[in-house]
Design a protein around this ligand. Structure first.
Ligand code: ZN
Length: 326
């Protein structure tokens, strides 16, 4: 297990939580948005390697139509083949009822569903060709069926901090959508900075308001993108606002396929290695072994055959015992 350091002048953690939950979303958010299609056996080996690093929450795939996202056409096969410790909670992304039906054929192979919509009308229309209210209706039916199947339910709200089409998204509107998801059965709600528009002050305000608007029962998760290099700063702001659940992607894989009005993808989940390194250096526990995590990331880098965005993958973990550079 990697050493956890608490390097600051006072020896405390500045009010930060002692421990946080991380969900690794690279096998879904990453593989879905990278141009290459990895072989099923490679995906399975990577997911198992991620679990060996101590990650206990994994979003492994999505049940989407193969014509739309060929990268994830093997969702059922991935789930059937995976061998993971019982401690790992396996999540799948469900876009619609057809996807849920497909997923329920392998119900015994996963634990959680993640359903999603955008907070802004324009992004939601662009992404799923529905209004936000229409999406909420459909999601309500999905969540009811998933609940009947005994699945834990997560709802993700994209463009929660800003929309590439509409600009500012009012937190009040985001909380209204979040309450609808909570009332429809979500135990956890993730707020996505889908195109990397959030800044740390905004994040601090947002999560201060979110807890008050949503009560103590629902888990609030932050899903930041590093599109403009502010991903980890936003994590720090969220930590200070009391958030203890985060999502990230190994190697900084993935992003958003329908990012901006110009059609350019807004790449850049925050890299799990960078997130884990920062948290450990601040004395916040994750339960993840950074060296083993880096093994998994090196493997996916070698499979894809190109450099990845992760900083710690390039620099290596902080080595406090190393000699100071001259
Ligand atoms: Zn993402």
């Amino acid at each position: 297990m990697s050493q956890v350091h608490a390097i600051n002048t006072t020896g405390d953690r500045g009010g930060l939580p002692q421990r946080v939950h991380l969900r690794e979303v690279g096998p879904r958010d990453g593989f879905q948005n990278e141009p290459e299609v990895l072989a099923t056996a490679d995906k399975v080996a990577l997911i198992e390697a991620l679990a060996r690093s101590g990650i206990t929450r994994l979003e492994v795939t999505s049940f989407v139509r193969a014509e739309v996202i060929p990268q994830l056409a093997d969702a059922a096969q991935v789930l059937r083949t995976l061998e993971l410790p019982d401690a790992v909670s396996v999540s799948v992304l469900i876009p619609n009822e057809r996807g849920l039906e497909q997923a329920l054929l392998v119900r015994e192979r996963f634990d959680e569903v993640n359903v999603f919509l955008s907070a802004s009308e324009a992004h939601n229309r662009h992404n799923v060709n529905r209004s936000v209210d229409q999406s909420l209706d459909g999601i309500g039916r999905l969540l009811a069926r998933a609940g009947d199947a005994g699945l834990r339910r997560q709802g993700t709200i994209a463009t929660a901090f800003g929309c590439p089409y509409e600009g500012r998204v009012e937190p009040r509107r985001v909380f209204e959508i979040a309450r609808a998801l909570r009332d429809a059965g979500c135990e956890e709600i993730a707020f996505g900075d889908t195109t990397g528009m959030a800044n740390p002050l905004q994040v601090a305000d947002f999560f201060g308001g979110a807890r008050a608007a949503l009560g103590e029962q629902v888990e609030l998760t932050a899903h930041f993108h590093n599109t403009r290099g502010q991903g980890l700063a936003n994590v720090f702001a969220a930590l200070q606002a009391g958030v203890t659940s985060f999502e990230s992607s190994f190697g900084e894989l993935g992003g958003c396929p329908s990012g901006g009005p110009d059609g350019q993808p807004a790449t850049g989940n925050i890299a799990t290695e960078d997130l884990v390194s920062m948290l450990h250096e601040m004395g916040v526990e994750t339960g993840i072994d950074l060296d083993r995590l880096l093994d998994a990331t090196r493997t996916v880098r070698d499979l894809l055959g190109r450099p990845l965005g992760s900083h710690v993958l390039t620099a290596g973990p902080v080595a406090w015992s190393a000699p100071r550079p001259a």
